[in-house]
Design a protein around this ligand. Structure first.
Ligand code: GLU
Length: 313
């Protein structure tokens, strides 16, 4: 039986070991992200029984970015079921950067994964809603239920993204021309950009992950957010593409489904046990937070959390 003091000590040691590590640079293609202080470093562990252990800047609210793709995937699965999502989007890694056009060209314009930009926009376009505003409200509602409180859009982040998202707009049109986008392309890109521009904390991110770890029940407020049968599909998608094109390295070294975003957040999920979230803005060349990955991996290692590990105790 591991006690609370041990969990707290693991989180503190993992945070402290990485807090002053240099390396990586903030994302700059979205101007807002370049302006976030690079020294911020937060780490949170949330267990399936609702215990929370945090260190550092774990309450600082940062842009959710790509991690929003997991929430929208969850909503699409709730609305359409796994077979339809797999047929329309896919469940395979692209092996290419998250905003790759080449990946589309190579796969008959099928996005392959809901966790790359093309697949994420296709997922947004699948969400059943009366109109674009309703679609946005449903997506924001899912983000809010996953973290357990209302999540807010940052006008500043949204403005910064909307005024520079030309590449994503091009991807939306490419999908539309191929018949693999299911609502108006520019409305879809707008809602996708908004979903990336909400603010969450490291603690929120760990609760989000722990909701997945608990089969779709938010461990802090006990709300059932997702059908438990949808959760394995979400975790499988995260295993395949959650850390962009180093998802395989992450599986090899950490062994947990994870998701990162260019805002500096990283989360990893241990089904049945809980989730770990790290936040720190400087990214490696692939787009994953340098310190975030280190801290999350250190906690997972210390707790023996690895999906592929056979426990001998
Ligand atoms: N809003 C960002 C984009 O679409 C998210 C990218 C990411 O975090 O991977 O480029």
């Amino acid at each position: 039986m591991v006690d609370a003091q041990h969990y707290a000590a693991v989180v503190k040691a993992s945070h402290d070991a990485s807090a002053s590590v240099q390396g990586g640079v903030n994302a700059s293609y979205i101007p807002y992200l370049a302006s976030v202080p690079a020294n911020l470093t937060g780490l949170t562990l949330v267990l399936s029984d609702g215990q929370v252990f945090s260190e550092g800047d774990s309450d600082y609210r940062f842009a959710i970015e790509s991690i929003s793709k997991v929430a929208t995937l969850a909503l699409a699965l709730e609305q359409h079921g796994p077979a339809e999502v797999r047929k329309k989007i896919g469940a395979d890694p692209t092996g290419m950067p998250f905003n790759s056009v080449t990946a589309l060209e190579l796969h008959d314009d099928r996005p392959q994964s809901p966790l790359v930009n093309a697949g994420a926009m296709a997922t947004v376009s699948l969400i059943q809603a009366d109109n674009a505003e309703d679609r946005w409200a449903r997506i924001l509602g899912m983000q809010s239920r996953l973290v357990g409180h209302p999540v807010e859009l940052s006008d500043e982040v949204n403005h910064s993204e909307q005024s520079t998202n030309f590449h994503n707009r091009a991807i939306a049109w490419l999908l539309y021309s191929a018949g693999t986008l299911y609502s108006d392309p520019m409305e879809t890109c707008d809602v996708y950009t908004r979903q990336c521009s909400t603010l969450i904390s490291c603690k929120d991110l760990a609760v989000f992950g722990a909701t997945l770890a608990s089969g779709g029940i938010n461990p802090l407020n006990s709300e059932r957010v997702l059908q438990s049968t949808n959760v394995p599909h979400i975790l499988a998608e995260m295993s395949m593409e959650g850390l962009y094109d180093t998802s395989g390295d992450w599986a090899y070294t950490v062994g947990l489904p994870g998701k990162s975003g260019v805002g500096g957040g990283v989360m990893a999920v241990m089904p049945g046990r809980g989730a770990i979230a790290g936040f720190s803005p400087p990214l490696d060349p692939i787009g994953n937070s340098v310190r975030g990955q280190q801290m999350v991996a250190a906690v997972a290692r210390a707790l023996g959390w690895n999906l592929y590990r056979v426990s001998e105790d």
